[in-house]
Design a protein around this ligand. Structure first.
Ligand code: SAM
Length: 162
């Protein structure tokens, strides 16, 4: 497969997963955490498909398209090893959806971040909350949920908090 087709498939799968995750929480009140602003693509999509949800975004730096930067009140700027615990304390029992897209080319670092996110998140989650992620994250108290049709296994990961 050409690299162009590969990128297109990856982004289509990501979009399908975000759409599915939004559908999965449609009957649950709660806020959204977007971990990994990057250039703002997925943040922009989440706010488009969930215009009535409050979305809080995490990144260590701002490198997003100017139109895809959240206001200061919805931005946790800094290393998630510091900012995520603060957010979890602030939003205890209020989070309906977490989208984590912080994968790097460093597998060891990815594993460390995934482990940290997994063990940090639970107090923030409502019953039925979805954690959608580009890396496998073991979140205590959650079970795996199937991906949307056509999305290859291990491309994305869904967990639902019980
Ligand atoms: N979801 C984004 C989008 O669609 O444009 C792409 C996110 S990009 C793949 C990953 C982002 O995670 C980068 O912007 C990087 O700065 C951020 N990141 C990685 N490790 C981090 C950490 N420990 N703390 C805060 N941000 C981190």
């Amino acid at each position: 497969m050409s690299r162009l087709n590969s990128v297109i498939r990856r982004l289509q799968a990501q979009r399908d997963c975000l759409n599915a995750a939004a559908e999965m929480i449609k009957d649950h009140d709660g806020i959204v955490l977007e971990i990994g602003l990057g250039n703002g693509r997925t943040f922009d999509h989440l706010r488009e498909i969930m215009p009535d949800r409050e979305i809080f975004v995490f990144d260590r730096q701002i490198a997003a398209h100017p139109k895809c930067i959240p206001d200061d009140d919805h931005l946790f700027l800094g290393d998630i090893f510091e900012t995520l615990p603060m957010a979890v304390e602030r939003f205890a029992g209020k989070v309906a959806l977490v989208h984590s897209d912080v994968g790097t080319g460093d597998e060891a670092l990815n594993a460390k971040i995934a482990s940290f996110i997994g063990k940090t998140l639970p107090p923030s989650l409502i019953k039925g909350a979805i954690v959608a992620s580009d890396q496998k994250i073991d979140v205590p108290g959650t079970i795996a949920e199937p991906l949307p049709e056509g999305v290859p296994q291990d491309r994305y990961f869904f967990r639902r908090y019980q």
